[in-house]
Design a protein around this ligand. Structure first.
Ligand SMILES: NC(=O)c1ccc[n+]([C@@H]2O[C@H](COP(=O)([O-])OP(=O)(O)OC[C@H]3O[C@@H](n4cnc5c(N)ncnc54)[C@H](O)[C@@H]3O)[C@@H](O)[C@H]2O)c1
Ligand SMILES: [Zn+2]
Ligand SMILES: [Zn+2]
Length: 384
């Protein structure tokens, strides 16, 4: 089959790989009909995630058709069209039982923090992902969810990560009616978090980024204010001024380890990798939230130490909430929102790229070229 093949930082290509097979009675094999490239994939692509092995296949956002099931799979059957949450979760451990499907203790043998994730290095379990024609889906009684009748597959594929992650970012912000919510990052995740902030009763939603086309997209898609940090002397001061010097009620970090905007952070975090990425957006979030406010983090950072202003966290008495999105927990509500037209995930998709041209797709998305917000990969197996 055709599958994306990681060859080292900034080098991905399409290769022939053996088709996956059932390795456990609870496995399913899914023929992929659409997959996406996520901002999280860019951390792998840029070589910032430890133990990303040459030869691995990325891709944690995909939908497809069940081709084969193991003897103990009862929740899906051959021929079902399914969306597959990016978290690989057993459904039975203490964490899964609490709805923490992103923190499954069984799906990742390294299970100190994150659970299993499709196509996300050996720190997330070493599973191959869905930027391929076929993918092995472990614990198939838990993750794969039959796509509701009539749902557009473009909406379905964004329910595997972008929608629940944006929603959970807003949810973890504990937004109260009338709150001012500031979101750092106008990628698909930040834009969806902005859209979802309104669902929790926000009174004002502000998105900060430095890429003009993305700010414009955020304004239109999420009906929010959006500002370019390049045109500010100091983003923290800007937000203070905008909020009567109180600070934002809620700040959301939807940027993560590859933040721009601070030379020292960029050099130590992104170029020399002396810390777990650049913590610029997180600094801004901590320093521009009000005292007693809430910082919600969905941006991904490396597992090692990070130079964040932790003293300010303590002195301001702010609450930080962070996690991988727990897709399965949120799916029933997200599906309802899509079906009722409250959320329009496919509106984020700007590029459809044949899987064979994956190397171009990574380049375009990574360099933010051609007004790209969210690329979807269409494998040849989609037309079978
Ligand atoms: N927790 C989860 O479950 C989860 C799920 C999906 C994605 N993520 C993470 O969320 C983050 C965003 O994902 P995405 O797909 O939207 O990525 P993306 O790369 O498309 O978007 C990131 C945006 O942040 C902007 N940015 C850079 N520095 C900034 C700064 N200092 N302040 C404000 N904006 C800045 C960039 O210009 C870019 O538009 C990534 O770190 C990704 O790994 C987490
Ligand atoms: Zn993703
Ligand atoms: Zn589990």
């Amino acid at each position: 089959m055709l599958a994306m093949n990681y060859r080292g930082p900034k080098r991905v290509r399409i290769d022939q790989k053996p088709e996956p097979t059932i390795l456990h009675p609870e496995d399913a094999i899914v023929r992929v009909t659409r997959s996406c490239i996520c901002g999280s994939d860019l951390h792998l692509y840029n070589g910032l995630v430890p133990d990303t092995r040459v030869g691995s296949t990325f891709g944690h956002e995909f939908v497809g058709v069940v081709e084969e099931i193991g003897s103990e799979v009862t929740n899906v059957k051959v021929g079902d069209k399914v969306l597959v949450p990016f978290n690989i979760a057993c459904g039975k451990c203490a964490f899964c039982k609490q709805g923490l499907f992103g923190n499954c203790h069984e799906a990742n043998s390294q299970a100190t923090a994150v659970g299993g994730i499709f196509g996300y290095s050996h720190t997330a379990g070493g599973y191959d992902g869905g930027q391929a024609e076929y993918v092995r889906v472990p614990y198939a009684n838990v993750g794969p969810t039959v796509i509701p009748e009539g749902m557009d597959p473009d909406d379905a594929v964004l329910l595997t990560d972008v929608v629940p992650t944006g929603y959970q970012a807003a949810e973890m912000g504990g937004i109260q009616k009338g709150d001012t919510v500031v979101i750092f990052g106008a990628g698909p995740i930040g834009i969806m978090a902005a859209k979802c902030s309104w669902l929790f009763g926000a009174g004002r939603v502000i998105v900060i980024d430095h890429i003009e086309y993305r700010l414009e997209f955020a304004r239109n898609y999420a009906q929010c204010e959006a500002y370019n940090f390049k045109s500010m002397d100091d983003p923290v001061l800007f937000i203070k001024k905008e909020t009567d010097w109180m600070g934002a009620d809620v700040c959301i970090d939807a940027v993560g380890a590859e933040a721009a905007g601070d030379v020292m952070q960029t050099i130590t975090g992104r170029k020399l990798i002396l810390q777990a990425g650049s913590a610029t957006a997180l600094h801004w979030a901590i320093n521009s939230v009000k005292k007693g406010g809430i910082v919600s983090i969905v941006g991904v950072y490396g597992p090692t130490d990070n130079l964040i202003p932790i003293g300010d966290v303590v002195n301001k008495g702010i609450t930080i909430r962070a996690n991988q999105a727990s897709v399965k927990r949120l799916l029933p509500k997200m599906i309802e929102h899509v079906q009722n037209g409250v959320l329009d995930p496919k509106g984020l998709i700007t590029h459809r790229v044949p899987l064979e041209e994956i190397s171009d797709a990574y380049h375009i998305f990574s360099e933010k070229l051609d007004n790209c917000i969210k690329p979807v990969l269409i494998p040849p197996s989609a037309n079978r």
